[in-house]
Design a protein around this ligand. Structure first.
Ligand SMILES: [Zn+2]
Length: 78
């Protein structure tokens, strides 16, 4: 995997800094931890959606796992 590098100092670590504009819009700035150069911005709403989608995926995964376990136990009992 190729690591992203800061265009200013070539440092390879970045941090997300939550920012709220005067109009109340929330987003995260992605900036270099070494020199603070902003390399990108992410919509805060999008981050929340990504987390929600991941939660949905996990709960479905667990549902499927439970079904499989129940199925195996059912067969053993017969
Ligand atoms: Zn930098």
């Amino acid at each position: 995997m190729v690591r992203s590098r800061c265009p200013s100092c070539e440092h390879g670590e970045f941090e997300a800094v939550p920012v709220t504009t005067q109009s109340g819009q929330k987003f995260c700035l992605i900036q270099c931890v070494s020199c603070g150069t902003v390399v990108g911005a992410v919509d805060d709403v999008k981050i929340t959606n990504v987390i929600k989608n991941a939660e949905k995926r996990f709960s479905k995964l667990f549902e499927n796992l439970n079904r499989k376990v129940v199925g195996v136990c059912g067969r053993k009992n017969r």
